[in-house]
Design a protein around this ligand. Structure first.
Ligand SMILES: Cc1ncc(COP(=O)(O)O)c(C=O)c1O
Length: 326
């Protein structure tokens, strides 16, 4: 069991974590009518600073996910970023950590629907290390479970109820002796991991499925596409991926806030490439860890300092320009 947070941002106020309680009849608990986010903060020892990675982009997706569940909030991504900053300053974490925002229907009563309900937001933060122990050599399996799609539960948002789909795939993979599951979408194309986006390298080109293949609109995916194109000079193509392309790939890797960037070195016991982490993934990981810890000047605006003065709104990229690669 991980240590519980000391505080929570709960329905607009900062409260002791023990006071952030919900009842057993809560709509979100009974029907999965909640959406969540996952944001990492990285401790930079040289600067004695905690940097939260792309919080504004995470909160934009968070509010988009909420919109999919008919939730309307009178709040902006910037206000939520500021709430996180205050929460972290109060919590006082000085190590790598994770922020978990949750938007949930708080009504207590019976009745499946998405209308005439009251949405609420909570945010907590806790220390966090690796999500998968062996980021340099993940042994994956193709799951027998198929990914939900846009006409069942929209996977482009982080909808709590749809994570039953991820949990089914993950547990089966672990019980079969693998580290992670790769799920196919309804058309049988490679979709993503249980909680990660996926990339393969074929004939020197980096390939990843587009949003219309039932994937989550991952922030790390966006980040690494930009890093690979602009900083590493690689060609990145978004197109559907066949299952057997995975088996023939030179490299494959997962990306996600939790998993960061993890090399997939085998799929269903077939070695990917040499069976060891490859050059694209190695270079990308080195760059990524510099970027997220605020050590790379070019991408420093993605990192929100928690304890020293925060950058202006424009620097956070909140206002005018979108950083989307789509
Ligand atoms: C199903 C799924 N795909 C992909 C990702 C990666 O998304 P991100 O990079 O925004 O964390 C996650 C994790 O949040 C996820 O749950």
């Amino acid at each position: 069991m991980s240590t519980l947070p000391r505080y929570a941002y709960f329905k607009g106020n900062l409260v002791p974590y023990a006071d952030a309680k919900i009842g057993v009849l809560t709509h979100a608990l009974n029907y999965g009518t909640a959406v969540f986010g996952g944001i990492r903060g990285y401790w930079n020892a040289e600067e004695e600073e905690l940097f939260v990675f792309r919080p504004d982009d995470h909160f934009r997706r968070f509010l988009d996910s909420a919109k999919l569940l008919n939730m309307a909030f009178d709040t902006t991504p910037l206000e939520l970023v500021n709430a996180v900053r205050t929460l972290l300053q109060t919590e006082g974490l000085k190590q790598d950590m994770y922020v978990r925002p949750l938007a949930f229907y708080e009504d207590e009563g019976i009745g499946v629907r998405l209308h005439d309900l009251t949405p609420a937001i909570s945010i907590v933060a806790l220390p966090y290390g690796r999500y998968i122990d062996n980021e340099e050599g993940v042994r994956a399996t193709i799951s027998s479970w198929r990914r939900v799609n846009d006409n069942t539960i929209p996977p482009r948002g982080k909808i709590a109820g749809s994570y039953v789909n991820s949990a089914l795939a993950k547990t089966d993979a672990l019980r079969a002796g693998y580290d992670e599951a790769i799920v196919l979408n309804q058309t049988g194309h490679v979709c993503e991991g249980s909680a990660e986006n996926i990339f393969v390298v074929r004939h020197g080109t980096v390939v990843t499925p587009p949003f219309t293949e039932s994937i989550l609109e991952g922030i790390t995916r966006r980040t690494v596409i930009e890093l690979m194109r602009d900083a590493l000079g690689l060609t990145v193509v978004e197109r559907p991926i066949d299952r057997t392309e995975l088996y023939l790939a030179e490299e494959a890797f997962f990306t996600g806030t939790g998993v960061q960037i993890a090399a997939i070195t085998s799929v269903d016991k077939r070695a990917i490439g040499t069976g060891k982490i490859g050059p694209v993934c190695s270079r990308l990981r080195a760059l990524y860890f510099d970027v997220v810890r605020g050590r790379n000047k070019r991408y420093r605006s993605w990192c929100l300092p928690v304890y020293k003065s925060a950058p202006a709104e424009a620097e956070l990229g909140i206002a005018a320009t979108s950083t989307s690669v789509e």
